[in-house]
Design a protein around this ligand. Structure first.
Ligand code: ATP
Ligand code: MG
Length: 493
């Protein structure tokens, strides 16, 4: 039984369609006006809309109905009944998203047939819709931020291999986003609707991990008071993410190898195997080759896991992603209870760019969280940073953000003319690697550029007014604009 919304401005025709729906066992509600139907659309959330609207007359409400029916969740297909005279409109209606149209006069059986077909489509639609929603939700919940060439390569790699059935080994230092990438692989694969199960192989002693992964029979060992299914079976149809796979014991390595080779699993204390269909994504932050050479990791398992290797670059090799990550964390996870969102001072941004980040993105996230908690205003200052970062900041050239008000970066573009600019290269640059200053300069220039664009937008393109808003001379504004253009032309901005 489906919920059908019937809209027809002719009473007798409306009755006929309603009767036909009822005879087919559907629950139908009739409306004689498009505006009434529109009003009820979301509340009713019908599975299908059958509309006979003299569309020319009921425009734009008739088209509104078509479009809104597509936007409710899940979308409802619309069958349009139309008189020959309005065929042109019907074609337009199909373009606007009507699923089907039926010309008058028609046989009731014909309408019944179309209704069945539309409802079938709706089932498929709602399934796809569900999956798509999940995908959107997932990518919103766990977006992977990165504009650097290195991360763009990772994204392409993920896209290429996500839908293959091959086992994937994600390699990367701690905090580089291995779990995030494993999730992305799952959500971009055909297995997306089945479970994604994370197992940290370093977090448990061997016997516990064994029964966690493979399950056990009741009575298999002291304490096994119930049958346990095990995570591989829980994840059937989906993906198992084995984090820190290097720390698996020899026994577990051979059991895992069996799962990968035979696609079957035997619970602890059981002597029969059952088939299991999982894709394994593994991760490690220590090179497995070395463990293989040392004889602590099975070579055959290594080759099985390493069918596709997906290396993640450490943060210090893609520093240009740091400002993006800062913005991302301040927009998503780290937010003040009320008031302006957090941002960082220029000197803090310089320190973040200069630091080496042994703990990678996780360390960055933690540092920002800590600073946001300790800081007294929404603009994070050097004093709010962890000691290691304060030490880096202490070695930065004084010119960077030395203004006592230390204008903010990473959120709103900083005002130019004051502390910012950095148009003259700071003379001696002791601590940060040579690569950091250009990055910082690039970042500040980008902010400056955005600020100028905004001033120009506010002034309606009037450069004189824009210069006034910015508190700089016309000459400076022109120079800045030329600088920005040159930088853009050289691919720097
Ligand atoms: N590119 C990124 N964009 C957004 N957030 C990221 C990115 N990389 C990592 N993170 C965040 O940093 C934290 C650490 O990421 P994740 O747990 O995926 O790293 P990992 O490599 O598995 O770390 P570990 O080796 O410590 O287990 C998470 O909060 C994650 O959301
Ligand atoms: Mg991890």
């Amino acid at each position: 039984m489906a919920k059908i919304m019937v809209v027809d401005d002719e009473a007798a025709a409306l009755r006929m369609v309603l009767d036909l729906c009822a005879a087919a066992g559907h629950e139908a509600a009739g409306y004689s006006r498009a505006d009434e139907a529109l009003e009820r659309l979301e509340g009713m959330a019908p599975d299908l809309v059958v509309a006979d609207l003299y569309l020319e007359r009921s425009q734009p409400l008739g088209f509104d109905l078509l479009q809104r029916a597509r936007r409710i969740s899940p979308p409802a297909p619309v069958i349009l009944i139309t008189a020959f005279a309005t065929i042109g409109t019907a074609v337009e209606a199909m373009k606007q998203g009507a699923f089907d149209y039926l010309e008058k006069p028609f046989h009731p059986d014909e309408l019944a047939l179309r209704i069945d077909r539309a409802l079938q489509l709706r089932d498929t639609l709602s399934e796809n819709h569900y999956l798509r929603r999940q995908l959107q939700l997932q990518s919103k919940l766990h977006p992977i931020v990165g504009a650097s060439a290195a991360m763009q390569r990772v994204f392409r790699h993920v896209q290429r291999v996500a839908d293959s059935e091959a086992t994937i080994l994600i390699l990367g230092e701690s905090g580089t986003g291995k779990e995030l990438v494993a999730r992305a692989l799952h959500w971009q694969s055909r297995r997306q609707a089945a479970p994604f199960v994370v197992v940290d192989c370093s977090a448990m002693p061997e016997p516990l991990l064994e029964s966690e992964l493979f399950g056990h029979r009741k009575g298999a060992f002291t304490g096994a008071i119930h049958d346990k299914k095990g995570l591989f079976l829980e994840a059937d149809g989906g993906t198992v993410f084995l984090d820190e796979v290097a720390s698996m014991s020899a026994t577990l390595q051979s059991r895992l190898l069996r799962v990968l080779q035979e696609h079957e699993i035997r619970r602890v204390g059981d002597n029969i195997s059952v088939p299991v269909n999982v894709r394994v994504v593994a991760a490690t932050n220590e090179p497995l080759e070395r463990k293989v050479q040392a004889g602590t990791f099975r070579e055959d398992l290594y080759y099985r896991l390493n069918v596709i290797a997906l290396p993640l670059p450490p943060l210090r090799e893609r520093r240009e992603d740091i400002p993006l990550l800062v913005r991302h964390f301040f927009r998503s996870r780290i937010r003040p209870g009320q008031g302006e969102p957090f941002c960082v001072s220029r000197r803090v941004m310089a320190a973040l760019l200069a630091y080496d980040w042994p703990g990678n993105v996780r360390e960055l996230e933690n540092a920002l969280e800590r600073a946001a908690t300790l800081g007294e205003s929404n603009v994070i200052q050097v004093a709010d940073l962890p000691p290691a970062l304060q030490a880096v900041a202490a070695q930065l050239p004084e010119e960077i953000g030395s203004d006592p008000e230390d204008s903010a970066a990473g959120q709103e573009p900083a005002p130019i003319g004051g502390s910012g600019g950095l148009s003259a290269a700071p003379a001696p640059a002791p601590a940060p690697a040579d690569s950091v200053l250009p990055l910082l300069r690039h970042f500040l220039r980008e902010q400056e550029f955005q600020h100028i664009q905004r001033a120009l937008a506010v002034s309606g393109g009037d450069k004189e007014k824009a210069a006034e808003i910015l508190g700089i001379s016309m000459a400076t504004l022109y120079r800045k604009l030329v600088e920005c253009e040159n930088a853009a032309a050289s691919g720097d901005a």
